[in-house]
Design a protein around this ligand. Sequence first.
Ligand code: SF4
Length: 385
Amino acid sequence: MADLLHNNASNTTLRRTRKVVAGPVTIGGEEPIVVQSMCATKTTDILATLEQIRMLKEAGAALIRVAVDSRRDVDALREIRKETKAPLVVDLQENYRLVSDVAPLVEKVRYNPGHLHHHEKEKSVKDKVKFIVDTAGSYNCAIRIGVNFGSLDPEKKGRCNNEMEAAVACAIEHCDMLDSMGFYNYVVSLKSSDPFAVIKINQAFAEKRPEVPIHLGVTEAGLPPGGIIKTRIAFEKLLGLGIGETIRVSLTLPIDKKFEEVKAAYEIIEDVKKGTFLSSRYTGINGLNIISCPSCSRVENASFVELAEKIRDAVSFADDHNISIAVMGCRVNGPGETDVADLGLWCGPKKVNLKRGSKLIGAFGYDEVVDALLRELKDILASRT
Ligand code: SF4
């Protein structure tokens, strides 16, 4: 099995992608799988972010993502860059022009094709991608084309039969775009909070574009140990097939425990190497499914992780029921990413918004929202019986 993990050049039947270079880190080819992670600290808290980078690096993260949303974040990133040599990554989110500010400071940028439709609607997606590619390329930055189920390109969604097809079509369209611009230093990620969807879309993409390195991730996998199990379901299967050149385990953890994401990633790699597949008995997500984000600089209230833990404990009586509860840390991704769940919560600075499906039930204080959630949950269970 070790050969499937890209460290045995003698086996010629293996998946061998092209190499992508992000500063001192090479992804793909015959390189070992690159483990990455993300800071959960406020980027403007430079000391805390540097400490988080140190902790993640010490745990073995080869690439570390930092959230940058504002001018103040860019200024903070500039200071952080002066103090650490750790290879850094920034997500461009909705503001693709941010690439001009961050590319000189980092080794890799990620853009989400679904986000390129939001601003400057009069400009074509291809022109926006060209701007990202030209800018990133001029600073030798690698790119990740990051497709996410929670924010799919609306036009692709309309044209394809289902979300999985739309996600793969979107990734391939963007690979073609970058290739046509002569830019090959990119990886692709296709993420969902459903590990079985992650398996299908990554297998489908790998079949169509076997030369492109893949970044694996199960988004909002949630709190350990459930979040690790969900991640294992996808990673064990895909890594076992030789698919996945870089991985990130996303877990809901307090800031001082974020290194556990990296530890979990290495444990999964080691188990796959040994042929130990801990998740093979799972054939679907049955019972209560708590989806929660890994938190990042955008978390609106430091109590988010504690709230997620409280919710996990309070709803455990419903473990055998097929219900999904999504808990998100901010207003950026919270409203959209909770739509798919039976019950969704997304955090504001003082209040937590509670939704049932896509309907907003109300905004509750951090000390009231668990009771409100339990009322809705019991009501759903009663209506089902
Ligand atoms: S939902 Fe918000 S807080 Fe949570 S990881 Fe995503 S952007 Fe960060």
